[in-house]
Design a protein around this ligand. Sequence first.
Ligand code: C2O
Ligand code: CU
Ligand code: CU
Length: 461
Amino acid sequence: MLQRRQFLQSAAASVSAAGLGGCDPLGLIAPTNNLDIQRAQYNVMPNLLTTNMVSLSADAPPPILRAKQGVPFTATVTNRLPDYTTMHWHGIRLPNEMDGVPYLTQFPLGKDESFTYTFTPPDAGTYWYHPHCMTMEQMALGLTGALIVDETENPGFNNDIVLNLRDFRLAKDGQFKELFTPRGAARGGTLGNVLTANWDQNPVYDAKAGGLARVRILATDITRIYKLFLPHTRGRLIALDGHPLLTPLPWPTEQDPLTLSPGQRVDLAIEMPEREGEELSLMAQVGGRGRNLARLRAVGKPEQRKLADLKPLAPNKVSEPILENAETHEFVFGWSPSGDLPNNGFCGTLGYTFWSINRAPWPGDASGTGPLATLKMGGSYILRLRNESPNVHPIHLHGLTFKPVRSNKRTVLPNWTDTALLLKEETLDVALVADNPGDWAFHCHVIEHQKTGLAGYLRVA
Ligand code: C2O
Ligand code: CU
Ligand code: CU
């Protein structure tokens, strides 16, 4: 185990070495992001200031961070809260020590402590960031933001619009209700009641009339599995969970919506209407009816762009697993003998366990048990995800990219991902090459499930 002080220092040292380039004529060094985790307040509901939120500024949602594919990215995160925290970069294949998982890859940050994260994203696409310590509170109170990794070559859209989908659990006075319930944690999770995009209810964004808009939708809610659709729109799905689609997905309609579970992202290319002022809606099915989440409004003199002219996005370079001799590891997601959970670290527990992987509930945020599996560096593997429970679970793996290969319940599409929704009683095989060394967190992204036992890690060595 690293000593805490030594660890913080070596992380800081490696960053200043990277940042001391002096001149940077090619613009290859990303600007340093100084991110202060702090209390915030915001008008989530009209004319009602919601206080006690968590963000990176006092009065706005967490910003969209931008990185460039293949270019070093640096963010210094400082904790201004009294509680401990860390920051995680969801979906990015980065060095293990930059992954932001408390006790597994770094020590939690106390008040006024900083950690400098630096990594060079190998993959372009739509990713995100969130804390991985005190996750239940800090994410529920707002700290989930987009991290966009731009392609080395501009893909040529007229607009690039980010929709960070979140629910909040607010009372009539605009203040937070209890963030979770034991009943929710033991079932599908506790849903929020105020649906937002970028912390606003049904906001409208301008896009070039007749232009091609790229719309990045991020499901960063802690619980909700979105059923998304866009009525009457000419568009195409171009990427899922950061990666350009290898196998096309159908355009989501009211009858056949797109399921986007917590942690997942989808990128759309949309041909905007040519008539100035015309609006498009992104909608979700909630409780049996369509709800507006956000709108796009056509503005300006019409461009004459056509979807058909759009070049496909360049694929990210992900190693293709060789299935013939891939070793299979099975993971069973189920209940745990429900019990009280001792608080064994600084990152908070909900106080009880309900869930488990391979029958062992993860004992809170501090590591107590060993890896669920050890994968050999460079080997091809099949992870057999077996759901013994009557609930669905978006299963997320850090640091590695995998693809679904088969299911006992449905036809799966082999698109690269970091978060796969496991259906009730489904057995889903996913395949990967274990090409990034380290201890990689592996958990359900319904945060109440993660925090009540449905978590663990895989070791690549
Ligand atoms: Cu997005 Cu371990 O998480
Ligand atoms: Cu992650
Ligand atoms: Cu779950």
